[in-house]
Design a protein around this ligand. Structure first.
Ligand code: UD1
Length: 342
């Protein structure tokens, strides 16, 4: 019998895909989400995919008493995966206090209740944003961390520190921070995927919304970077690959295979892809000619970054399976299904 995992932000983009993979691996999932940036029906979709609908608790993780209730109500919780957070970089610059309060308080609440109820294990949803523009590529976990370019990025760095200090001080807390590069794509069933509210900030949902006619054109933010085609380079990985890494991290903690009370892993494909290459991949798999225009650089964008994922390959026994084309194809299938629902 496998234990239950509390997934905060379990109806969100990465949370929902992770819930699927946890259930497929035999875990019970208790999902806690305030639906700030997601929809309750996603939880039903997880049930359709896996045959087992997670328990969904509509809960704000910043509400200490509510988090206390969750741990009291579900003693089967043996590990936490913490996704629930605000994530819009631009918005975080305009509303820093909301971002600091939401992202940091939720993390502290979870750690305090884990201590109170004797839940030892937490996997934290971090980001490669903590590296800023690295001097040396690819980025390893030893690469220096840079001052974050946005309050959002800073919350990831601060939460990592809070978790690291807690794991070091309290012998009953073990933690893994997973630093994601650029997750894209959707589940192969086409039943769950990214659900941006309003105008998407991220590249792939903007591409698919442009291709389906919701947006006039994609703005390519700059082609004067020091890269082969002048556009920025990122390390895109399929969200289902990313989800599986969370299952591996939870299993590592539950089985006591972690080598320290706090560990960090980069999660990427290990390959740099430019914005133009991403567009070409989309056009190739969808058969749609994308309308795009080169515009000025986006403030705060870094030029190029990609991961050295060898630590995760070795220690978690994880590597990406899906290609860029697979991910683009799944994102396009999801966009088409969404249009049928709109
Ligand atoms: C961004 C955040 C990152 C965060 C992640 C969460 C910044 C600087 N970084 O990553 O901290 O963890 O989102 O999702 O904001 N692009 C276009 N046109 C568009 C949208 C994007 O050309 O309309 C380009 C960007 O310049 C970039 C690439 O596409 O080169 C990827 O952009 P995006 O999907 O927003 O991700 P990041 O900026 O890498």
């Amino acid at each position: 019998m496998k234990p239950a995992v509390l997934v905060t932000g379990g109806t969100g983009y990465i949370g929902s895909h992770t819930a699927v993979e946890l259930i497929n691996s035999g875990f019970d999932v208790i999902s806690a989400d305030n639906l700030h940036n997601s929809e309750a029906w996603i939880n039903e979709r997880i049930g359709m995919i896996t045959g087992k609908t997670p328990i969904l608790e509509i809960a704000d993780i910043c509400d200490t008493a509510r988090v206390d209730d969750l741990f009291r109500k579900y003693p089967a919780i043996k590990a936490v995966i913490h996704f629930a957070a605000y994530k819009a970089v631009g918005e975080s610059v305009e509303k820093p206090l909301e971002y600091y309060r939401n992202n940091i308080l939720s993390t502290i609440n979870l750690l305090e209740m884990m201590k109170k109820y004797g839940t030892a294990h937490i996997v934290f949803s971090s980001s490669c944003t903590v590296y800023g523009q690295p001097d040396v590529l690819p980025v390893t976990e030893e690469s220096p961390l840079k001052q974050a370019a946005s309050p959002y990025g800073n919350t990831k760095k601060i939460c990592e520190d809070i978790i690291k200090d807690s794991a070091s001080a309290y012998s009953d807390i073990n933690a893994v921070s997973l630093r994601y590069f650029n997750p894209i794509g959707a589940h192969s069933s086409g039943l769950i995927g990214e659900l941006p509210r309003g105008v998407p900030e991220n590249l792939v949902p903007f591409i698919t919304q442009t291709a389906i006619g919701l947006r006039d054109e994609l703005k390519v933010f700059g082609n004067d970077y020091d890269t082969p085609d002048g556009t920025c380079i990122r390390d895109y990985l399929h969200v289902s690959d990313l989800a599986i890494a969370h299952v591996k991290a939870v299993e590592r903690l539950l089985n006591g295979r972690n080598k320290a009370s706090y560990e960090v892993f980069n999660l990427g494909a290990g390959k740099g892809v430019s914005v133009m290459e991403a567009i070409k991949s989309f056009e190739r798999v969808s058969g749609v000619k994308l309308k795009y225009r080169i515009t000025g650089r986006r403030h705060g964008d870094i030029e190029k970054i990609w991961a050295d994922p060898s630590l995760a390959n070795r220690e978690l026994g994880w590597k990406t399976i899906y290609t860029l084309d697979d991910a683009m194809k799944s994102a396009w299938q999801w966009e088409i299904k969404l249009r049928e629902m709109r």
